[in-house]
Design a protein around this ligand. Structure first.
Ligand SMILES: Nc1ncnc2c1ncn2[C@@H]1O[C@H](COP(=O)(O)OP(=O)(O)OP(=O)(O)O)[C@@H](O)[C@H]1O
Length: 291
């Protein structure tokens, strides 16, 4: 399986933040969700891939080529879509096309206008007259019209209503259907991952927690529950994001640590469970550090 995007030991530091040793691979023909709480480093990772921020260490290749040495060449095949529109407000749909044809020789005009019609974007509309969801679709229509092979989307569905979100996810699934394109998208919205992601890369406060298939992600953890009296120090040391109640407790536990849970009841963990318990654990660690 060819890797469309290879990130290896990526490092980037700001005054109060360090993206530390991030590595992952996105194979051709698949969708990867990049997840993590606010401020975890998702956008920083995306910017490093697009060489919009200078990395401090590590290696990134796109289509097998170094992302800095071959930046201009690889960018012809990348569609980058950020949360906010990168178009000029006054542009009409024809102006948008004119701007793209300057940079993308492979621009397919027929495809562009047919996608706009499919997305119900009026030909004569100006960018400023489009809703957020329509602007997102316009950005996708452009990426599809120059036949981008790798789509990189930063929070594409945030702020969209459920119907537009669903439509966008369907478009992304369709986009990778022929097996020669891939999508990397960052999100907080776990149902979107459940619906379309094949792979998940989870970054928490600059640290890589997991990268692999969605199935392996969910399978790596369980939610364990029990009575307070069953919460031994040995077990507690292995629990993630422990929550106690007057009568009992619940927490996340790694599959390899299940033996420590003995006969306690455990159930499969959803993506939401994993993210929530992990965040709770980080809050606990931070509180303990500050004591
Ligand atoms: N140019 C910058 N200068 C200094 N610090 C920065 C800069 N860009 C990002 N950071 C910091 O890096 C950290 C990670 O930010 P980043 O935007 O990558 O996170 P994120 O996971 O995308 O968050 P969100 O989900 O809120 O969009 C944050 O603490 C942020 O304040």
């Amino acid at each position: 399986m060819d890797s469309m995007l290879h990130v290896e030991a990526l490092e980037k530091s700001y005054a109060d933040f360090r993206l530390n040793n991030i590595s992952f691979d996105l194979p051709e023909g698949y969708i990867m969700g990049l997840i993590g709480p606010n401020g975890s480093g998702k956008t920083t990772t995306i910017k490093a891939i697009l060489n919009m921020t200078e990395r401090d260490g590590g290696k990134i290749t796109v289509f097998g080529k170094d992302n800095i040495a071959s930046e201009q060449e690889i960018k012809k095949d990348i569609g980058a879509v950020f949360d906010s529109s990168s178009f000029v407000d006054e542009w009409t749909m024809a102006d948008v096309e004119k701007a793209y044809t300057l940079f993308y020789p492979a621009w397919d005009s027929e495809k562009y206008w047919s996608l706009l019609s499919r997305f119900r974007i009026g030909k004569t509309k100006k960018v400023k007259e489009l809703s957020k969801g329509m602007q997102m679709k316009l950005m996708l229509a452009c990426a599809f019209s120059y036949d981008a092979r790798l789509l990189i989307l930063d929070e594409p569905t945030s702020g969209l209503d459920p119907v537009s979100r669903d439509e966008l996810l369907d478009i992304l699934c369709e986009y990778i259907e022929d097996g020669r394109r891939s999508v990397l998208f960052s999100t907080h919205i776990t149902p979107d991952l459940e619906k379309i992601a094949d792979y998940i890369t989870y970054i928490h406060l600059g640290q890589l927690i997991f990268t692999g298939t969605k199935e392996d992600f969910a399978d790596s953890f369980r939610v364990v529950r029990g009575d307070r009296k069953e919460l031994t120090p040995g077990l507690e040391a292995r629990l993630i994001g422990l929550r106690t109640f007057p009568t009992g407790f619940e927490a996340l536990i790694r599959k390899e640590d299940l033996a420590a849970a003995g006969r306690l009841e455990y159930v499969p963990a959803s993506i939401d469970d994993i993210v929530v318990f992990m965040s709770r654990q980080t809050d606990r660690n931070n509180q303990e550090e500050n004591i």
